[in-house]
Design a binder for this molecule. Structure first.
Ligand code: GLP
Length: 241
């Protein structure tokens, strides 16, 4: 794992954004694995700016998102579908048909998991996967204890994760109890992985990732088995490392 130490959130976003824009320019048909949450918002702002200033084109780019809440309609402002549109897709020239986010309101969620996983395979896999990290070390919505062999599946969110994500909702009761997420094996199949971490809240998770071994108790540690992972972390996130 390569570690890039940066000063703050802004620098993290710029360094990551530059790398992604460069990958898109070098491979206009790239398959990007995208993430939601507060962490990648600055990266998306960078990409929008770069699109406007440098004209980096997303016409032939395909995106696959990591996860979605179960029961959340794509039009719901708290859905990850909505997040991606508002934070990125509405502002660049992505083609709708090339955007993939798990369907949290599918009639048959097990079939949706198979369909999503199959879809990624048919695209030829993910070229570059962007990741945040949960305070408990989750990646996507793969909570501690998730087998590293897991594929796209339905998860029950931990209290810890629901609490962390409740800041986007009116109250914790409104945070869905389940989600659909790419599995750890799905993520590890990506050819390149970029993990971002910013702020003191992530410092314990980042320290565990960097200092301790590989364990299913800590999903992000699975990344140590991957050959092409870059971590971009700011000073606060590296506080205990
Ligand atoms: C969420 C998402 C993850 C994200 C993580 C951290 O629950 N499912 O994909 O990486 O938690 O979120 P944030 O960036 O808001 O701290």
């Amino acid at each position: 794992m390569e570690i890039i130490k940066v000063a703050n959130y802004e620098e993290m976003s710029t360094v990551a954004g530059k790398r992604i824009a460069e990958r898109v320019r070098n491979n206009p048909n790239i398959v990007l694995g995208l993430a939601t949450g507060s962490t990648p918002q600055g990266v998306y702002q960078y990409l929008i700016h770069d699109f406007k200033i440098n004209g980096t084109s997303y016409k032939n780019v395909t995106s696959v998102n990591l996860d979605e809440y179960v029961g959340m309609d794509p039009e719901d402002p708290n859905s990850y579908h909505y997040f991606m549109r508002k934070n990125l897709f509405d502002h660049i020239n992505m083609v709708n048909e090339n955007v993939h986010v798990p369907n949290g309101v599918a009639n048959n969620l097990d079939e949706e998991c198979i369909r999503y996983e199959q879809g990624i395979k048919e695209l030829g896999g993910i070229d570059l996967q962007l990741l945040g990290i949960g305070e408990n070390g989750h990646i996507g919505f793969n909570e501690p204890g998730t087998p590293f062999s897991s594929r796209t599946h339905i998860v029950t969110l931990s209290e810890n994760t629901r609490k962390a994500n409740s800041r986007f909702f009116a109250s914790i009761e409104d945070v869905p109890k389940q989600a659909i997420t790419m599995g750890i094996a799905t993520i590890l199949d990506s050819r390149e992985i970029l993990l971002l971490a910013s702020g003191e809240k992530k410092a314990k998770a980042v320290a565990r990732l960097l200092k301790q071994g590989i364990s299913e108790d800590f999903p992000a540690s699975s990344l140590k088995q991957h050959k092409n992972v870059t971590i971009i972390a700011d000073q606060d996130a590296l506080k205990y490392s």
